[in-house]
Design a protein around this ligand. Sequence first.
Ligand code: SME
Length: 159
Amino acid sequence: MYDFKIAAADKATMYRDLLSALEGLTAGEPDPIANMANAAALIWETLPDLNWAGFYRNVDGELVLGPFQGRPACIRIAFGRGVCGAAAETLQVQRVEDVHAFPGHIACDAASASELVVPITRDGQLIAVLDLDSPTPRRFTEEDEAGCVALCELLARVL
Ligand code: SME
């Protein structure tokens, strides 16, 4: 049984504990799907106020749905389309305070109001994106972005 103690006292502590839990969960496991699945579950359990947390994988230049927690989601996303596609195309983090104001946003769940998408790269190549959605506008702060970038740097080594 995995039972991680993640202190939610403040965000910095929470992300530090989350990173060390993810390190423990993925250590020595080479299967990328297993690692994405546990990462999605851990993030979903730990971060408050999410309605979707998961991955889209780069499969031959197209984003294809990977392990996630939340409602069923659209399966394939072209690079450049929506928030995930923008992250995939630019390799830049997309932190969107109001998804309804984002051109081309793909509404997989009408409840989503804000979104954070972090590209996961190795040697400059896109492996996948981490996608987090929230029903609360402006849910994701710079601190969330920094915390999730650190998680994705770790994941880049185990995906
Ligand atoms: N909203 C995303 C699509 C994926 S779902 O949120 C799970 C987008 O615009 O790329």
